[in-house]
Write a protein that binds this ligand. Sequence first.
Ligand SMILES: [Zn+2]
Length: 217
Amino acid sequence: MTTRFSDLPKRVQRLPTDRRGFPVPWFVAWRDGEPQFPVVDAAKLGVAWAGELCWVCGDKLGALRGWVVGPMSALEGATPEPPSHYDCARFSVRCCPHLSTPTAKPSARYGEAEGYAAQANVSKLRSGATAIWVTRGRGATPFHAGGGLLFGLEGPERLEWYAAGRPASAADVRAAIARVLPTLRRVAEREGRAPDLARRLQWLDRWTPTEAASREG
Ligand SMILES: [Zn+2]
């Protein structure tokens, strides 16, 4: 296999690559022998959760799990995507252009993806920052909402923010939260959950990198 990346996790090295040499994550939909980046194969959602398989590489998960979430999912405590090995999640947030490039335009292909999976990818892309929400064991409870499957997350052991493929600064994270906040506020007010959102914002602030850590990084 040829790839344009060095130091890939072993499991990611085993994935097929596209014409550019980019490893194709297990969750990506294929059509006519071509991976449809960044469209999620919705049929794999249930398979991954039931079999405890990694969303990125498709192998069996261990105890430590990384949920790749944007600020919207972090604030709602729910995500449409199953977890990955921590190393695989780290590969995604550092190398996946759809997650690591804050200025990337949403692809026209997003329109082909289904339900929450598509929406979540778009929200991550637009916010400019992505986190690995680390849990042990199952780490979440699945539930149905709005015609899609969501995973209600348990409190994280760690929450690591990335922007543009590197650890995010406090400013990156605050800017990303500010981008999704108007949408979340509208929904929370409509549903009478505004105090809830205020509490979640305070909670998330504790998981935002400090200015000092940002300068060192
Ligand atoms: Zn994996």
